[in-house]
Design a protein around this ligand. Structure first.
Ligand SMILES: Nc1ncnc2c1ncn2[C@@H]1O[C@H](COP(=O)(O)OP(=O)(O)O)[C@@H](O)[C@H]1O
Ligand SMILES: [Mg+2]
Length: 372
């Protein structure tokens, strides 16, 4: 209470000194105050007249007031109340004006924010368009380059010396690298624009894994890493887009090989449950530090810049992988400890035959799911 009063009293006293406190037209509180103070002299003077048994006349009233000067004090009451209420009205009006000014400034700031937001959205759209146009424009000539590399490697005229074949191999690797990067950028731009699609159909993950193992055979050999296939000989069908899940396995296997020193091991496994199947890619590699683990699915995130220089990559693989799995209504997670390897697992829904077909998710082809 003690703390609350001084500012109010100060504002009140300051208002007393302001001219418009007493401007009846602008400040109706003054009129209200005068009316509020009027009953005091009226009642006291009427009582005086009544108890002195005087007839009511202006002369008697004036005479009565003059014979009891305290009535002069009572007569001042309407004025006093007018002043006090007037000052209160002024304080109130000043506060109201300040509030309105603040509200207006908020509205203005809000308008400005809306403008900035719109600009940002436009820029974002521009970036998306730029990304997709640039990726397309890069991919077309690259495909031609890759075609010529294949053509040259076939060396039908037998004109290439051994050195050239080796150099051609390097060009081919770099072109593949570039293609991967462009494709990742294109996927990202589709994901961000909500146009990334998966078409889940009943799929045999054994076929997917077989294909991925073939793709990675040379790289496993070069890096002297053993791939242990612990998947069951036959896996129940899952509801998945086989191409996209091939991409998921490729991303995870690519990371496992990249971050596992020579002589290490990568293990594939699967756990079949009633509704879903969990697939895991486990490695004996460098692992992920505890404080970085929850960021590795973010786009462009790589554990650190030195690692980045050593291992290359765009930092997009896991972000895309996560989007793909989520579009399958699945989940992906990682368990890892620095220096002790990592284990990436994801789950896919099992195909339940007629049950899924009845829901129009499979046969009708209406099951395409988009990233929104
Ligand atoms: N198996 C793994 N072992 C250790 N670190 C990993 C592994 N997989 C991913 N990471 C970390 O997560 C980061 C992001 O992975 P990813 O999105 O595939 O990008 P990129 O492979 O292009 O660097 C990697 O740069 C790496 O730091
Ligand atoms: Mg990667």
């Amino acid at each position: 209470m003690i703390k609350l009063f001084p500012p109010i009293v100060k504002e009140f006293l300051a208002a007393l000194g302001k001219g418009y406190t007493y401007a009846i037209r602008k400040n109706h509180y003054v009129v209200f105050g005068i009316l509020w103070g009027l009953p005091i002299p009226v009642v006291t003077i009427s009582m005086g007249i009544y108890f002195n048994h005087l007839p009511v006349s202006l002369g008697n009233i004036i005479a009565h007031i003059l014979s009891y000067p305290i009535h002069l004090l009572f007569l001042l009451h309407p004025l006093l109340f007018g002043i006090v209420f007037g000052a209160m009205g002024t304080v109130r009006e000043e506060k109201e004006n300040a509030r309105l000014a603040f509200e207006n400034s908020l509205l203005l700031a809000n308008e400005e924010l809306k403008g900035v937001n719109k600009k940002l959205q436009e820029l974002d759209e521009l970036k998306d368009n730029f990304l997709s146009i640039v990726s397309h424009e890069l991919l077309t000539p690259l495909t031609t380059i890759q075609g010529y590399i294949t053509f040259l490697k076939e060396d039908k005229a037998k004109s290439l010396i051994e050195e050239h074949v080796e150099e051609l191999g390097i060009i081919e690797d770099e072109a593949d690298h570039l293609k991967n990067l462009i494709e990742e950028l294109m996927d990202l731009s589709k994901i961000e624009a909500g146009k990334f699609e998966v078409k889940p159909v009943p799929a045999d993950m054994r076929d997917v894994v077989k294909k991925v193992k073939m793709i990675f055979e040379p790289s496993l050999k070069t890096n002297r890493i053993i791939l242990e296939d612990r998947l069951p000989a036959s896996i129940p069908l899952v509801l998945a887009d086989a191409n996209r899940i091939t991409q998921v396995f490729s991303n995870l296997l690519n990371n496992a090989i990249k971050f596992t020193p020579s002589g290490g091991r990568v293990r594939l496994s699967a756990l079949v449950a009633d509704e879903k199947i969990t697939f895991c890619v486990e490695d004996t590699g460098i692992g992920i530090p505890k404080d970085k683990i929850n960021r590795i699915f973010d786009k462009f995130y790589q554990v650190d810049s030195t690692t980045r220089r050593r291992f290359g990559g765009s930092g997009l693989g896991l972000a895309i992988t996560k989007s793909i799995i989520e579009l399958h209504k699945g989940r992906i997670w990682v368990e890892s400890a620095e220096g002790a390897g990592s284990s990436f697992c994801f789950e896919l829904p099992r195909y339940r035959g007629a049950h899924h077909a009845a829901r129009g998710q499979v046969e009708t082809g209406s099951g395409a799911m988009q990233c929104l």
